[in-house]
Ligand binder design. Structure first.
Ligand SMILES: [Zn+2]
Ligand SMILES: [Zn+2]
Length: 127
């Protein structure tokens, strides 16, 4: 694991600051306001950070990848109708995940868990 490059540091700092899952496009939109950074550089930084397990990647209802900082163990309910993302208050898996299967030597860096369905508003449930 090498020292993070400047663009990787920028991406990490932004993810920490936003503290929610964001797409590569949103990351680029934020960073390009602060400095001259290209979309390709953002993708390269995200890919390097992802491979090192420094950030995690989830998927939104529209299939777009969403990146978040590792300490953010948060899970979302994604509405397939309106596209809203509702955060769960706690991780449904709890925190005792290691080892998942004692027969498999594997070090878990992080997990993702996404739920897809229809929100209360879209079901016509008065809230
Ligand atoms: Zn909805
Ligand atoms: Zn979790």
């Amino acid at each position: 694991m090498g020292k993070p490059t400047r663009s990787q540091q920028q991406v990490l700092a932004l993810l920490d600051r936003l503290n929610r899952p964001v797409s590569a496009r949103e990351i680029y939109d934020h960073l390009s306001r602060e400095s001259r950074i290209g979309m390709a550089t953002v993708y390269r930084a995200l890919d390097a950070l992802r491979r090192e397990g420094t950030i995690k990647v989830g998927v939104r209802a529209n299939g777009e990848a969403a990146y978040s900082p590792l300490p953010l163990d948060r899970h979302y309910l994604h509405c397939l109708h309106c596209g809203c993302d509702i955060p769960l208050a706690a991780c449904p898996l709890g925190h005792n995940l290691q080892p998942l299967d004692p027969a498999i030597p594997f070090t878990v860096y992080y997990h993702t868990l996404e739920f897809f369905g229809v929100c209360g508003d879209c079901q016509g449930v008065a809230s």
